[in-house]
Design a protein around this ligand. Structure first.
Ligand code: OOG
Ligand code: MG
Length: 257
């Protein structure tokens, strides 16, 4: 039997992102399973590297119940981040570059020397050099922001852009910090870092383990997004977005019209 056309699917998803045009879901129709979906993701990354982008990190998805419930998929997933997706803290994005962008508050880690896959990450302080509040802008390439597990994995877990706030040394406890997402000065979402697999540090363990299954090793200097602590909120033209994480500070983003 001939497997799904990995290159063809990656081309469709890449073109959808480039032209900010939604496409129908494709996993069911093409027989794409989760492993093949990670191959599509790798092909999408290669497409970006071929045009000069650099891989700068990794992101986790669906590490909180709020997110799983919002999109109806209940598995932890991971995706790739490139330099072109990074927006300066306080920077502006153009909503016209996206299909139906949403924003969510996250915690970012700056990775240091990493343990081998399987080695316990007990020495978290050795794996992580610094931590920061962050905003992820997600933009599913599928119509209605609706997808199955293999669909969202193939779509690089809806990754589109991200903002990292100021880095700080890792504080003693990261497992119960208050998280707010503000839009135009009003609180849109409230949560806690405890929503991220009980402790965002656990997201790093999961990331190391899950990426290793597909031959990917995390690297020193990479940014690691642990996954949103709350549901995501649509990004409207003109909006000013702030993610506030207790003890860590804020990250912000403006939406041009
Ligand atoms: C999938 C990506 C989820 C997170 O932080 O949970 C994610 C989506 O919601 O479209 O980035
Ligand atoms: Mg996210």
């Amino acid at each position: 039997m001939i497997g799904p056309d990995i290159a063809g699917i990656a081309e469709k998803l890449g073109a959808a992102a480039d032209t900010a045009t939604a496409i129908p879901q494709l996993a069911a129709e093409t027989g794409l399973d989760v492993d093949a979906a990670y191959e599509v993701q790798a092909a999408l990354l290669k497409r970006r590297l071929d045009r000069g982008e650099r891989l700068v990190g990794l992101k986790m998805g669906l590490t909180s119940k709020a997110k799983m419930a919002q999109v109806g998929v209940d598995e932890v997933i991971w995706g790739r981040l490139t330099d072109v997706m990074r927006v300066a803290d306080g920077g502006t994005v153009d909503v016209a570059d996206f299909i139906h962008p949403r924003v969510e508050p996250e915690v970012a880690f700056l990775l240091d020397r990493l343990p081998e896959p399987g080695e316990p990450v007990g020495a978290f302080g050795e794996a992580v050099r610094a931590v920061a509040p962050a905003i992820e802008l997600i933009d599913s390439r599928y119509a209605n922001f609706s997808f199955s597990l293999p669909d969202v994995v193939a779509d690089n877990t809806s990754a589109a852009a991200f903002v990292v706030g100021p880095w700080s040394p890792v504080p003693d406890g990261l497992d119960n910090l208050g998280v707010l997402l503000e839009i135009d000065g009003r609180v849109a979402q409230v949560g806690s870092t405890a929503a991220i697999l009980g402790d965002p540090r656990r997201a790093l363990d999961e990331g190391i383990r899950l990426a290793a299954r597909h031959g990917v090793r995390l690297r020193e200097g990479w940014v690691f997004l642990a996954g949103a602590a709350t549901a995501a909120v649509p990004l409207r033209p003109g909006a000013h977005v702030r993610a506030v994480v207790e003890k860590l500070g804020t990250a912000s983003l403006r939406a041009g019209s």
